[in-house]
Design a protein around this ligand. Structure first.
Ligand SMILES: Nc1ncnc2c1ncn2[C@@H]1O[C@H](COP(=O)(O)OP(=O)(O)OP(=O)(O)O)[C@@H](O)[C@H]1O
Ligand SMILES: [Mg+2]
Length: 233
């Protein structure tokens, strides 16, 4: 464990009931910068996010935040300690308005200007405050989910496919925000678009059937001759 890292995942085993999905996964995330999690469908990317945020129990190994073991803490406490999470699915309250979704996100934030600041980051949301979130476009919904997660002032943001189902023009807008964000805080991004992932991230980890297959700098992973084999369906 190193003080240089904010999040340390060591020898992590996780899964669903008796079906083990992750086997001995190691992941270190510095205080600032992006780490991309890559791998084909079913490789275990979402499972890794869920184990880090506490939606799945740690079956073996450890999850530490700022050198403190958090593997036994419930999700709310991990959020209070500095983790934010944008899940791959069900990332907003579909029946609530944009304004109400943001109000829920801001519950733990004493800073009254926090909502205004996330609206500066995602100005499109400001024009849709009274719209029911379930009727937003894919891109708007992802922006709302990211904005909501930012309202708890995370020092680490876990993003599970933040551009899935998003129109290409809006993908660029979201990517630019994430690049700026990764200069301030730690960002772990699961992303199918390799180029986009490696623009946000300076490090990357490739999962193959629940095990770490490649890990290193974004450049090293991009140049690894095995990469395409691990990303191919
Ligand atoms: N709730 C669940 N119960 C049982 N098995 C599950 C559950 N959720 C996922 N799995 C299995 O765990 C494995 C990893 O799934 P996971 O969702 O982590 O993959 P992923 O890398 O995020 O894939 P994708 O790119 O499609 O989102 C898959 O074999 C999947 O079928
Ligand atoms: Mg997934």
């Amino acid at each position: 464990m190193s003080d240089d890292n904010y999040l340390d995942v060591r020898d992590l085993d996780a899964g669903y009931g008796r079906s083990q999905v992750l086997f001995g996964v190691n992941l270190s995330v510095p205080w600032r910068g992006g780490v991309a999690i890559l791998g084909r469908n079913g490789a275990g990317k979402t499972t890794l996010m869920k184990a880090i945020i506490g939606e799945l129990p740690v079956l073996g190994g450890s999850v530490s935040l700022d050198s403190r073991s958090v593997g036994a803490l419930p999700t709310e406490q991990r959020v209070r300690l500095g983790m934010g999470y944008v899940p791959q699915e069900h990332s907003v309250f579909g029946r609530l308005s944009v304004r109400e979704n943001l109000a829920v996100g801001a519950l733990t934030n004493r800073d009254g200007g926090a909502v205004d600041r996330v609206l500066e980051t995602f100005p499109k949301l400001g024009q849709r405050m009274d719209q029911v979130a379930g009727t937003l476009s894919g891109g708007e919904r992802k922006m709302l989910a990211i904005a909501r997660a930012l309202l708890s002032d995370p020092r680490l943001l876990l993003l599970d496919e933040p551009t899935e189902g998003v129109w290409i023009g809006v993908i660029e807008e979201i990517t630019e925000r994430l690049i700026l964000l990764a200069r301030e805080i730690a960002v772990v991004i699961v992303e199918q678009h390799l180029d986009l992932a490696l623009r946000v991230a300076d490090r990357a980890l490739v999962l193959d059937r629940g095990r770490v297959a490649i890990t290193g700098s974004a450049q090293q992973v991009r140049d690894d001759p095995r990469l395409l084999q691990y990303l191919a369906p």
